[in-house]
Design a protein around this ligand. Structure first.
Ligand SMILES: [Zn+2]
Length: 140
């Protein structure tokens, strides 16, 4: 019996190896999947970043879909200052449908800065925010 040898990924310039019996490597397959499922992709990004920051994430995929349909979030998402982000209205609470709103990236950064400045002045410590190392970005 001949074992299926790993071969080069079929994407141009990609130097990874494809799994046996497949044409594309894992990285290229994931990229193609994200391209085909933009809403799933954004949901995963949101959920993953919430997990990293230990923020409760109670949003289901269906609710996220509703949110995208109502706001048109997917058309305006990106990395520039004017592109949109999902913001939590109340920063001390997690992600659930009633706590979400659209802000631009720059508005969200400004909101985070005011939140941290107020927290410092009032000696108020929000859950999950360490005031001694407050240089890090906590807001999403
Ligand atoms: Zn590849």
């Amino acid at each position: 019996m001949i074992a299926l040898a790993k071969k080069k990924c079929a994407t141009k310039w990609c130097r990874n190896r494809a799994r046996a019996g497949r044409c594309y490597c894992h990285k290229c397959r994931t990229r193609a999947w994200r391209e085909r499922h933009p809403q799933r992709k954004q949901y995963h990004i949101l959920k993953w970043s919430a997990k990293l920051r230990k923020i409760p994430f109670l949003l289901t995929y269906e609710e996220f879909g509703l949110f995208c349909d109502l706001t048109g979030y997917l058309e305006n998402v990106g990395n520039s200052g004017a592109s949109w982000t999902v913001d939590r209205r109340d920063d001390t609470l997690g992600y659930f449908l009633d706590n979400l709103q659209i802000l631009t990236n720059s508005q969200n950064v400004r909101k985070g800065n005011t939140f941290r400045a107020n927290a410092k002045n009032r000696k108020f410590r929000a859950p999950g925010v360490n005031t001694q190392t407050s240089g890090k970005t906590q807001n999403g």
